[in-house]
Design a protein around this ligand. Sequence first.
Ligand SMILES: [Ca+2]
Length: 315
Amino acid sequence: MKKVILDCDPGHDDAMALLMAIASEKIDLLAVTTSAGNQKPEKTFANARKLLALAKKEEIPVAMGASKPLRRELIIAEEVHGETGLDGAELPEPSVAARQISANDLIADILRNSEEKVTLIATGPLTNIAIFLLSHPELKEKIEQISFMGGACFGGNYSPHAEFNIYVDPEAADIVVKSGVSVAMFGLDVTLKAQLFERDIQEIREIGNQVAVTMADLLDFFHLTTTVPFWADENHVEGIHMHDPCAVAYVIDPTLFKVYPMNVQVETGENLSLGSTVVDYDNVLGREKNVSVGFEVDLPRFRELVMDTMKYFND
Ligand SMILES: [Ca+2]
């Protein structure tokens, strides 16, 4: 079982990522920390706590992270995730008091006291991870790996060349890819291929437990804001992009993905490609291959993992 801390900004796909981490017998989820991204920090924190209430796992500690990116004002994705950050379903209120510890202190406490190395999974902007790396260099060796959703070798979804999570806090992403820690990146190249379809939502709904029905409601909302590729004709059916669960699924079972070691740098300059991950796909620069970059997902097995996640829960 891998010791894991999940840093997330729920967020519809974060919700699936969190549930996947809870349900997996390969993951011992030690804590959840929340980043500001899809919604404002108070909302992503509240959503993470509600999701743990839904999953009946409120013993897992949740801590709020930084309220804004390292050097920039916060950008949120309300048009994708709604006013609450998790529009589309009613979630239960938490039954335990909110913890007052910061994400940074909680991550540090856990790593300091862990005999085993801990894997950090990030499914929002990398602000909290960067702050941790900067403030606790002595604990870097306690990190097994950082697996994050963000970036793209090709394209973008917030600007022509930048994916949202990286665009929100490019300085943080820059710190993470330069950290010297083992880093795995799940960007749009692979996450746009990790799709669920109408029939999958139906199957999830029919599993029938409260978690599955709630997740089906969330996916119905998320489907409304799914972007359709420019080349789609009237016969094309675009599924729902399960971006964030890729970063968790890789920690559960790396054989679900094709990843390749490559040099990755982050554009932090104020220009057209601000917030893009510059992935040296053809090794043109011959620089250190600092990041394992995901490109392919075994969709039938990924889908199976989603269904197993939903079946794990019972009322
Ligand atoms: Ca997210």
